[in-house]
Design a protein around this ligand. Structure first.
Ligand SMILES: NC(=O)c1ccc[n+]([C@@H]2O[C@H](COP(=O)([O-])OP(=O)(O)OC[C@H]3O[C@@H](n4cnc5c(N)ncnc54)[C@H](O)[C@@H]3O)[C@@H](O)[C@H]2O)c1
Length: 440
């Protein structure tokens, strides 16, 4: 089947390349012409493990191409995916749907054959209804009498593990209102159907809500263990053992129970806010998510204060230097959107602390977001002359630092490990003043 993917960012590019790898004929469309040019030259606009070779192989096999021309790209496509951004709207936290609706309008103007239009972007309940309305008033339907069914198919991939997640998903959710939509989606996902990946067919509004409920639940799980970590510090308990102890219960599960600096990234912060906006609009409060958003916001700054404390408190911290290791919101991505590193750096700057940082993939994007931070070429260059080192992102490159070298380079052997990647005892024996999260 020919598939068109409108929006070639993290989700659109990975999904498009994976669909091509399944044997479909895929055109990825993006309005950003420099992105399309780079993709045509085999240069990836984002860092995602395994993506470059997947794109190259499928482009070479003639199954994957790139264009800025939507009319050309959607020609003869049986399924047209919308995978553009849905960032938080300034002020009210509602998802900004202007990109989604602009694409729907453009599809309605240029569509020349029957097709299923699929929202893969994360969109609030009712967005599919609005896309359907836009299409129903478009030349494609009003003048050309074409059939266009609107389907919701939210994406659950994680950056850093996106290809594996897309090819071996825990589940595929398809919200369709008619048989044409369901039939085309079965064809799109046939390779995964044969793989026995679970596929849940449901109504469109239900499917839209599943995505928000899933992300809000995961954000809640992270926030829960973070608050338990704070309690552990007060009562002298160990949060990692608490997480193991509760995670062995199958009803709870061990994942997403790692205490840290708070959730960030391109999804959880904006999706929790958008869910709250929907809840407000429909006068059906989701109080637990309200509490999660508040707790997570204050946590990021609290992590900055933890570093200030490790420097000896507010007065002592002024004029000192901190080495930040890791800037991206998680490892194996270059995504800096809502990364806790931004709030930690801001809190440190406000306290008069100078910052040098190193991140394996995120520095180019981070530099303009953190103008006061000196970006360095490697972890040791950041550590040189530092009064404290803070691990913000658990990149593998930081798991086995040469601590003899670190001690020689740093001004003081102070380590704040916001991801609990080190064994406190090992570090103390190596002569470090060590602070983790939720444990001694
Ligand atoms: N990033 C993730 O991990 C992830 C996971 C699941 C779901 N999602 C959701 O998927 C959606 C896309 O997220 P992303 O991270 O891929 O965003 P992104 O910003 O990386 O990519 C969006 C792309 O859409 C393009 N675009 C915007 N308007 C366009 C138009 N009119 N025509 C053609 N292209 C256009 C942009 O140029 C950009 O390249 C969001 O709704 C997000 O919430 C993201």
């Amino acid at each position: 089947m020919k598939i068109a993917m409108v929006g070639s960012g993290y989700v659109g590019l990975v999904s498009g390349a994976c669909f091509a790898d399944f044997g479909h004929d895929v055109v990825c469309i993006d309005k950003d012409s420099s992105k399309v040019e780079r993709l045509r030259d085999g240069i990836m606009p984002i860092y995602e493990p395994g993506l470059a070779s997947l794109v190259e192989n499928n482009a070479r096999a003639g199954r994957l191409s790139f264009t800025t021309d939507l009319a050309e790209g959607i020609k003869d496509a049986g399924a047209i995916f919308i995978a553009v951004g849905t960032p938080s709207r300034r002020g009210d936290g509602h998802a900004d749907l202007s990109f989604v609706y602009a694409v729907a309008k453009e599809i309605g103007e240029s569509l020349a054959n029957d097709a299923v239009v699929v929202t893969k972007s994360t969109v609030p309940v009712g967005t599919g209804d609005e896309v359907e309305r836009i299409l129903s008033e478009s030349p494609a339907i009003m003048q050309r009498g074409l059939k266009a069914s609107v389907v919701s198919n939210p994406e659950f991939l994680r950056e850093g593990a996106a290809i594996g997640d897309f090819k071996r998903p825990d589940r595929i959710v398809i919200g369709a209102e008619d048989e044409f939509g369901r039939e085309v989606m079965r064809e799109v996902y046939r390779p995964l159907f044969l793989n026995e990946s679970p596929i849940l067919f449901t109504g469109r509004r239900t499917s839209e809500l599943i995505k928000y409920a899933a992300n809000a639940f995961l954000a809640t799980k992270i926030t829960f263990i973070n608050e338990i970590a704070d309690l552990c510090e007060k009562v002298g308990a160990n949060v990692q053992d608490v997480a193991r102890g509760i995670g062995m219960d199958n009803r709870i599960g061990a994942k997403f129970l790692h205490a840290g600096p708070g959730y960030g990234g391109s999804c959880f912060p904006k999706d929790t806010l958008a869910l709250l906006k929907t809840a407000e609009d429909f006068e059906s409060p989701v109080r637990i998510v309200e509490a999660v958003v508040k707790a997570n916001d204050s946590r990021k700054r609290a992590m900055g204060r933890k570093v200030v404390d490790a420097l000896g408190g507010h007065d002592a911290a002024r004029g000192k230097r901190v080495a930040m290791l890791g800037l991206t919101f998680k490892p194996n991505t270059d995504d800096m959107r809502d990364s806790p590193a931004i709030a930690v750096a801001q809190t440190l700057s406000d306290a008069g602390v100078e910052i040098a940082a190193y991140d394996p993939e995120g520095m180019e994007i981070a530099a303009p977001l953190m103008p006061d931070v000196a970006m360095k070429d490697n972890p040791y260059a950041a550590i040189e002359g530092a009064d404290a080192i803070v691990i913000v992102t658990e990149w593998d490159a930081f798991r086995a630092l040469d601590f003899n070298r670190v001690k020689q380079l740093a001004k003081a052997p102070v380590l704040v490990d916001l991801r609990n990647i080190y064994n406190p005892e090992d570090l103390r024996q190596a002569g470090f003043h060590y602070t983790g999260v939720g444990r001694d």
